[in-house]
Ligand binder design. Sequence first.
Ligand SMILES: *[C@@H]1O[C@H](CO)[C@@H](O)[C@H](O)[C@H]1NC(C)=O
Ligand SMILES: *[C@@H]1O[C@H](CO)[C@@H](O)[C@H](O)[C@H]1NC(C)=O
Ligand SMILES: *[C@@H]1O[C@H](CO)[C@@H](O)[C@H](O)[C@H]1NC(C)=O
Ligand SMILES: *[C@@H]1O[C@H](CO)[C@@H](O)[C@H](O)[C@H]1NC(C)=O
Ligand SMILES: *[C@@H]1O[C@H](CO)[C@@H](O)[C@H](O)[C@H]1NC(C)=O
Length: 672
Amino acid sequence: MEEMGFRQRQGSLQGWLTAVVRLLCLLSACSMVATARELRANAYPGVQLTVQNNQVVMDNGIVEVTFSNPEGAVAGIKFSGIDNLLEARNSENTRGYWDIVWNRPEETSKFTRIEGTTFEVVANTDDVVEVSFVSRWSHSSASYLAPLIIDKRFVMRRGSSGFYGYAVFEHPKGWPDLDVGEARIAFKLNGQKFHYMAISDTRQRVMPTAADRASGHELDYQEAVLLTNASNAHIEGEVDDKYQYSCENQENKVHGWISNDPPVGFWMITPSHESHCAGPVKQDLTSHVGPTTLNVFYSNHYAGKDVYMSFRNGEAWKKVYGPFMIYVNSASPEDDESKLWADAKGKMLEETASWPYDFISSKDYPSAAGRGTVGGQLSVQDRYMENGDMPANSAYVGLAAPGEVGSWQTNTKGYQFWTRADENGSFEIKNVRPGVYGLYAWVPGFMGDYLYHRNVTVKPGSKIELPGLVFSPPRFGPTLWEIGIPDRTAAEFYVPLPNPWLMNKVFRNDTGERFRQYGLWDQYSELYPKNDLVYTVGVDNYRRDWFFAHVTRNIGNSTYVPTTWRIDFHLQDVNFRGTYRLQMAVASSTHSHISIRVNGQPVSSTGRFGYDNAIARHGIHGLYWMFSFDMPGSRLRRGTNSVYLAQSSSARLPFEGVMYDYIRFEGPPRTR
Ligand SMILES: *[C@@H]1O[C@H](CO)[C@@H](O)[C@H](O)[C@H]1NC(C)=O
Ligand SMILES: *[C@@H]1O[C@H](CO)[C@@H](O)[C@H](O)[C@H]1NC(C)=O
Ligand SMILES: *[C@@H]1O[C@H](CO)[C@@H](O)[C@H](O)[C@H]1NC(C)=O
Ligand SMILES: *[C@@H]1O[C@H](CO)[C@@H](O)[C@H](O)[C@H]1NC(C)=O
Ligand SMILES: *[C@@H]1O[C@H](CO)[C@@H](O)[C@H](O)[C@H]1NC(C)=O
């Protein structure tokens, strides 16, 4: 349906116009979209662009957006009786801005707001206005600018309650070496108006203010604050930490803030994740106390230095981040927040359905006709589970830069296109930009990663069909026992209730999001004050008896020591000449090094691995790792055996450790 008909019904003028449009629609049976479009065009004024020396203003009669010129920061958003939805107490260039964290090799990293030096009008019709602010490195700016060309674009459409933004980042061939740690756009909202934050159906409420955080008590790291002097009695004594509001890229579709006087919402809508880094389950920040709303296109949160973006030897690179939409809506005073949130979700669905957009002027953003489709069917072959192939039910299937198995999860420079297969393993990936890709997949319920053995080349209009793809997950011999579910998270293990004095009450105890509470890692020391966790196969239940994170133990005085977990299991028979295998899938690791012993004797170790910090960031998973350890049958015995998982890193911090995904012990392969 037409964008305007349903969404922007709240504003007084626009509501009236919409009512007229809908009435006329009804009278003319409204079956012809073209008719509705014409009516829309007539009903709403054309977009006006005003360019002044130090300001550029776009106005479509619904919303008016002011940019600093030529810096290209969003300095003002006027809507529904509020002069500025952004924080006018901040300077013009620190209200709505793109920024990066970057360094030249051997330098420390720095945070830089991207400020344009040239302004250009790209499109200027009644229907759409697009403007460009370009920041360009040169030898004379070498000390304070990253060696990049960054073209920040903003777009406004007739009759649309909001505006669009995107940026084209380029590292031209031959330019100096560069490391980038983060690339995002941030909006600092009007702190006197926006108090209620909504990022999902369950995570929403009146939030602390920036002053509440400033007068609170810092916990184990500066982002986590205990609110000891909150302006709002409801949140006194709670914990606030912006990482509690993170989500996976695939869930990051709409989030933002609500003012109740007047009732107005400000929303970041992300219709596609093709330009976000590191795939669909990479997590990142959304909105948080400030009030702040972000779109983080690239960062190493929940991944660490394994996803750092580096340019060496004059590598040429270009990437379009976005477009995203800033949507604003309003309601009547008697409505509560749920109305604005529901409307924002509806708008998100509309924007997602109209992807790729047909009103973007950059030649670097292909329209629908300039893209292709890749479909196929994937099945799983594991003869220890079933003789025949099994459908890759609900598999994640994606296209990303060519690379090794699983390399998509650290790929940051390219675009990624993901979908979920149906119950039969059939998938279709639409709107793929032209390019050469690897086809990657993983299947919930199975360990490991799939990579198609050939590259997939997508051209404009391509319709590629890849039937008969077969994934053989890691498998050595029959399963003797297993712990957990191979789903790349630790969510199914024992996640304790938070300490009552360290709660964020936005998370209900009964939802699957309890892992986002602060300080859960410390409960390991309370549950296991002297002796470490022992898990007895066949007796214990991993949902109750396997702590979600293998962390260090607090022995008092801020001293943390490594821990060793033990798995006891019974073997009736042992093939003393055979080989057994321990398969270990890990959902997150931070400065860990797990040594494996069996019945007291060393077997192997992971070596030091992982920097994702997902335990401290309440992530329940970070990057995925897969290990296989062989054990000679001569180390085993009939009766009770024990496998030890020992942290051998020198532990310093409370949240260093691993979150296991799934552990499986396999016997010697069947001989045929
Ligand atoms: C507590 O908050 C009030 C304002 O709400 C402020 O005046 C006071 O200084 C704060 N106290 C501390 C210890 O920060
Ligand atoms: C999966 O295959 C079965 C059998 O061919 C079919 O009945 C079913 O509709 C298929 N499911 C989907 C989602 O297409
Ligand atoms: C896939 O493409 C990459 C980059 O273009 C290339 O290095 C690699 O050899 C290709 N792989 C195959 C299997 O063709
Ligand atoms: C959730 O658990 C905490 C204990 O950590 C308890 O204090 C609180 O009352 C519980 N909330 C609900 C709604 O059950
Ligand atoms: C903790 O540290 C203090 C000061 O360093 C010391 O006096 C005390 O004995 C320590 N306590 C323990 C249990 O180690």
